[in-house]
Design a protein around this ligand. Structure first.
Ligand code: LLP
Length: 407
């Protein structure tokens, strides 16, 4: 993304030209940013024997998955669907780890058939389907009972959350797994999203390392993702260099002291893809009645649910006129919900009907959380590489709304 002649452009194409070519609204991703973020992570953890698993729930477009495959990443998958996409993108089964809640028997059978290692999330899973894991290698998701995350919906590591086994449950898990001759090769945790400080990650690392001493068969420790990015200039972000060096040091000291050879794994989603993505939308209406000016667009909470769901801030810029006389406006979508607000009290330069708005940080949990609510179709997605845009998912057509109907 760059600014030229007071307009936002990607490579040499203005945002407006991209909408003319691919239709509005439109998701735009920049490959250079994906590569930059991946390299930043590798560099931050350079002192450890590290595997990065891209948490593809953040963005599961198959062309984005291929970018990470070519960079050497693995995949953190949450469902058989994500395993399917990762395999289609060319990842090998041993590069994929499935961390899911509430898997059905069919889900487990599908992924085991593909030779994917599954994270055991709860005791019921073993009591009901334990024999499916007979003779298999498994990993265990530990709930370390730590509160971390930028919003209560983003906390996953406290004992009242639905995720993982609390530490007291691990003996029962061991008992059930050994009954079926399953080998525990990994321990996993993911304590939340939008974590800014190294403190909670180190605290949870210590807890998981303490459990590590119980298992001789371990090959890896996966500390999850959750690194925060900036949503606006004054926002905080995870000091990734600090986290990387502190976690690596603590991990290496543990391995040396206990004479263990273990691989450290991390599984970031947002950090890798958030900043690479933009949602472009066209202004359809301006309402000036009442106390505020309301700018209406042709996208909404169906395409980017984060503002409505987490009250999340996404920077919005008038891509047709970056600088100009500013107005305080509310930016809304075209969905029949009062929560369909993309930005409140925003100062943007005089938006007019027909202008293109650019919504930032749309690369993670944007399209992947989008829906066809109100029978509004999903937008196209393009990937810009060396300034050249390439269509990586076509825009839905009306007929697509019928595609699951039986004949
Ligand atoms: N690993 C596991 C097991 C996870 O559950 C998640 C995210 C991640 C890794 C990646 O977390 P990240 O690095 O992207 O923070 N929709 C929310 C985020 C929910 C994340 C759920 N799990 C958002 O838009 O902020």
């Amino acid at each position: 993304m760059n600014i030229a002649n007071n307009k936002i452009q990607f490579g040499k194409h203005t945002a407006e030209e991209l909408l003319d070519q691919f239709g509005s609204p439109l998701y735009v991703y920049e490959k250079e940013t994906l590569v930059r973020q991946y390299e930043r992570l590798k560099d931050a953890f350079k002192d450890s024997d590290l595997s990065i698993l891209f948490a593809c729930k953040a963005n599961s477009n198959i062309e984005i998955l291929k970018v990470f495959k070519n960079l050497g990443s693995g995949i953190d998958a949450i469902s058989p669907g994500e395993v399917f996409l990762a395999l289609q993108a060319g990842f090998k089964p041993e590069q994929i780890l499935l961390t899911a809640t509430n898997l059905t028997r069919e889900d487990i059978e599908y992924v085991l058939d593909k030779n994917i290692i599954v994270n055991i999330d709860n005791i019921s899973m073993l009591e009901e389907h334990g024999e499916l894991f007979a003779g298999r290698e498994v990993s265990i998701r530990i709930n370390p009972d730590i509160r971390a995350g930028g919003h209560s919906y983003l906390e996953t590591g406290h004992r009242d959350s639905k995720f993982g086994l609390v530490i007291e449950e691990t003996p029962r898990a061991i008992e059930l797994l050994s009954k079926h001759d399953a080998t525990v090769v990994g321990l996993h945790q993911h304590i939340g999203s939008d974590i800014t400080d190294a403190g909670s990650l180190l605290e949870s690392l210590d807890k998981i390392l303490a459990v590590t001493l119980t298992y001789d068969s371990l090959r890896f420790i996966d500390i999850g993702g959750g690194f925060k990015v900036k949503y606006h200039e004054d926002d905080s972000e995870t000091d990734i260099a600090d986290v990387g060096s502190k976690v690596s040091r603590r991990f290496n000291e543990f391995c040396q002291k206990n004479n263990r050879t273990l691989r450290l794994m991390i599984e970031p989603g947002k950090f890798l893809v958030s900043e690479s993505g933009f949602l472009l939308t066209k202004v359809q209406s301006i309402k000036g009645s009442g106390k505020k000016i309301i700018v209406g667009t042709d996208t909404g909470m169906n395409h980017l649910i984060r503002p409505a769901l987490y009250n999340a801030y996404h920077k919005i810029v008038n891509a047709s006129q970056v600088d100009g006389i500013r107005e305080k406006v509310e930016i809304v979508g075209n969905i029949c919900e009062s929560a369909d607000v993309l930005g409140q009290e925003r100062d943007i330069s005089g938006p007019k009907v027909g202008d293109t708005l650019c919504i930032f940080n749309a690369g993670s949990y944007g399209y992947s959380m989008a829906s066809t609510y109100n029978a509004r179709m999903l937008p196209a997605e393009i990937l810009v590489e060396n300034g050249t845009p390439r269509l990586i998912r076509r825009r839905q057509q009306l007929e697509d709304l019928l595609c699951f109907n039986p004949d």
